[in-house]
Design a protein around this ligand. Structure first.
Ligand code: NAP
Length: 296
């Protein structure tokens, strides 16, 4: 029996439907009954901050998908809460006799890294030391970050803000992260291995702006900005200085091509090529309504 944490999240919801389609034995961890009923699958109610609820959810479970929210920009001081939440799940899993954890991490996770890179680095080390079998899924940026104008960074004119240097980035659709997780959780491969997960191509922010123009049916320009300008903007939005600087530094790394290289891990694990950015948009017609109009 598999326990899917973060089951209502960007990757978890795809994993729930893919495990359901496979007929796999699993239950979803949700924070309340209404969320479980909305998923329409077996569920356990639990909270990452309530270890007793996690222990109860582990009953009969031998494999766990571990996903929690990313770095919190409003919690600048001290440890990111993600570290506490994921340690709690790993501790409950170990105490319950779980054998295997597939962890949703991030590309370039490392202790001392920026934002979620550092927090995931700490949790990866904790999981590796736990004695449980593990697999680390290390995606780069999610295509889902562009699902709505509100989920991406934009300037006052609605132009997409990206790094000045505008190197291509190997964004991935969370649908394909879930497919990789489903293959691992229902098979025997990939124990104690880390997988950098990307889409099939690298795309520049300027190219994404053109795609969003077609998808949203309004002009979306590209505004390439320096690391300093992005940090200042984020501080203006209320992020703490360290958070703003670390996030701006991540943007700069994207522009320098640090996340350009395409990996074949999704296809190796699942047997199917991951979705391109165009395929991601086509799979989300509600978010990109102008594509249907254009296709008529
Ligand atoms: N965004 C990116 O580009 C990117 C790239 C690489 C890696 N990542 C990583 O991907 C992971 C997922 O990030 P995301 O922002 O997309 O989050 P998400 O998966 O959309 O949401 C997090 C999930 O955790 C659940 N959750 C939140 N607090 C909880 C609690 N106290 N107890 C139990 N469940 C709780 C949420 O449930 P509710 O429905 O109840 O809120 C939701 O299902 C993060 O670790 C992030 O670092 C993100």
């Amino acid at each position: 029996m598999i326990l899917v944490t973060g089951a209502t999240g960007s990757t978890g919801k795809h994993l729930v439907s893919q495990l359901q389609a496979r007929g796999a034995a699993f239950k979803a961890l949700v924070r309340d009954k209404a969320k479980g009923e909305a998923l329409g699958v077996d569920f356990a109610i639990g909270d990452f901050d309530d270890p007793a609820s996690l222990s109860a959810a582990m009953e009969g479970v031998d494999r766990v998908f571990l996903a929690s929210p990313g770095a919190q920009t409003e919690a600048p001081d001290g440890e990111q809460p993600m570290i506490r939440w994921e340690r709690n799940v790993i501790d409950a899993a170990k105490a319950a006799g779980v054998r295997y954890v597939v962890k949703l991490s991030v590309w370039n996770a490392r202790i001392g890294g920026r934002m979620s890179e550092g927090a995931h680095g700490v949790v990866e080390a904790y999981l590796k030391d736990s004695g449980l079998a593990w697999s680390m899924l290390q995606p780069g940026g999610f295509m889902q970050n562009f699902l709505s104008p509100a989920s991406s960074l934009a300037d006052e004119d609605g132009n997409l803000i990206g790094p000045e240097a505008d190197a291509p980035v190997a964004f991935i659709d969370c649908h394909d992260i879930a497919a990789a997780a489903a293959a691992l959780l229902t098979g025997d491969a990939g124990r104690n291995e880390s997988f950098v997960l990307t889409g099939p191509e690298s795309v520049r922010y300027s190219e994404i702006a053109a795609k969003l123009t077609a998808g949203w049916g309004r002009p979306v320009g590209f505004s390439g900005q320096s690391e300093r300008a992005i940090a200042d903007r984020l501080r203006g939005y209320g992020l703490a200085p360290q958070q703003a600087d670390e996030m701006a530094s991540l943007y700069a790394s994207l522009g320098e091509g640090m996340f350009s290289e395409v990996s074949d891990a999704v296809e190796r694990l699942t047997g199917a090529a991951p979705r391109s950015f165009d395929a991601f948009m086509a799979a989300n017609p509600d978010a990109f309504p102008a594509l249907a109009t254009a296709g008529r």
